[in-house]
Design a protein around this ligand. Structure first.
Ligand SMILES: Cc1ncc(COP(=O)(O)O)c(C=O)c1O
Length: 366
């Protein structure tokens, strides 16, 4: 029996040699934190996502919290999908806001736009969208229109969506006012731990740069507001720079793997592979809608040496005990159904086509 690991991540020898070289330069530069390479990393990340400004921070959750603090959501409501990772919600609450959970569209990981409209109140300050699995929703332009009309901020949780775009004007991280990325090891690119905030708004850029540096202004002896310390080291930045050198190739491989799943499962009505029809998708996840309950599929795959990866997501936020205080309506049915009826098979660039073919042979046997 073949064994397909849940995750693999390789750094080729050339990558490691370059890292050693650059780290020698960092050791000799005497600027171990927030020096030349952090600035370069931010600049090169902006080129990937087509943003005017990028700000490197300690992780994706910190990126989100800084974004929400910057638009000041204190005692205000933020409309957010119930189908997200808890970090999105933690960031809203830590920034003093109230999350308002929105259901999915039927049979989709995306938020329902009609529900978004219904949830807007006088207290709403922002809408937060999540590019689940790296896929940008075709609804995003309409969500931008709603925000403009109602004078709401739009925050993008782009933790999965490095380099995703629908067209030249709709790159993940620049669709809204502020975009937030994660560099956790399983993500499309990694720095071990890390995150990036993107914006085209100069005022926000200045404020967020200060926010990750305690709230300091020009005079480092004073702070202008209560920020925090979310600065990164030069070693993290050189890691990120090298990841940026290979990201397009790796995204391309992720796409090819998803297309292989699509091809091998196309004659089976039990599966429906979700793809982004336009532009480029990071394909952080291969999301497959299923007719069977995912628990049955998971069990069968496990018996055959296949570990399916984490779903997006297994438990909607409104079903998590910790967030019950914020739940006003408990029957967000579409998200509950979606959480049960989808799987995310392995989809990392280190995976081979033979391995995918094996996964599909097993999936087709169920
Ligand atoms: C949708 C989403 N938002 C935010 C985060 C948080 O990022 P980090 O782990 O870098 O804090 C993650 C994953 O880790 C995520 O999947």
């Amino acid at each position: 029996m073949k064994r397909i690991p849940i995750f693999k991540l390789n750094f080729e020898k050339k990558f490691q040699d370059k890292y050693k070289n650059l780290s020698n330069k960092v050791f000799n530069s005497k600027a171990i934190s927030e020096g030349y390479y952090v600035k370069k990393f931010e600049k090169n990340f902006s080129s990937l996502v087509n943003s005017k400004y990028s700000i490197a921070v300690t992780n994706g959750t910190a990126a989100l919290e800084i974004a929400f603090r910057t638009i000041n959501i204190l005692n205000k409501e933020v409309i957010v999908p119930t189908n997200t990772f808890f970090a999105t919600i933690i960031a809203i609450i830590n920034a003093g806001g109230k999350p308002v959970f929105c259901d999915n569209k039927p049979d989709s990981p995306e938020m329902d736009i009609e529900e978004i409209k219904n949830k807007i109140t006088k207290k709403t300050k922002a809408i937060c969208i999540v590019h689940v699995g790296g896929i940008i929703s075709n609804d995003c332009s309409n969500i931008v229109k709603i925000c403009k009309k109602k004078k709401l901020f739009l925050i993008e949780d782009a933790a999965h969506a490095h380099g995703s775009f629908l067209n030249k004007d709709l790159y993940a991280g620049t669709i809204g006012d502020i975009g937030c990325f994660s560099f956790y090891p399983t993500k499309v690119m990694t720095t071990g731990e890390g995150g990036m905030i993107t914006t085209n708004n100069k005022k926000f850029y200045v404020k967020m740069n200060s926010s990750k540096n305690f709230g300091r202004g020009k005079n480092p002896n004073f702070i202008n507001f209560l920020g925090s310390n979310n600065k990164i080291s030069e070693f993290t930045a050189i890691f990120g720079l090298l990841e940026l050198e290979r990201i397009k190739k790796r995204i391309n491989k992720r796409k090819k793997l998803v297309m292989r799943y699509l091809e091998k499962l196309k004659d089976n009505d039990n599966y429906d592979v979700i793809i982004q029809n336009k532009g480029r998708c990071s394909y952080y996840k291969c999301i497959i809608k299923t007719k069977l309950n995912s628990k049955i599929i998971e069990k069968f795959c496990k018996k055959n040496g296949i570990n399916l990866t984490g779903k997006v997501w297994d438990t909607p936020i409104h079903k998590q005990n910790v967030f019950q205080k914020y739940v006003t309506r408990n029957n967000l049915k579409n998200s509950e159904k979606f959480s049960k009826y989808h799987i995310c098979p392995p989809n990392y660039p280190e995976l081979t086509y033979d391995e995918i073919d094996y996964v599909c042979t097993i999936l087709n046997k169920i």
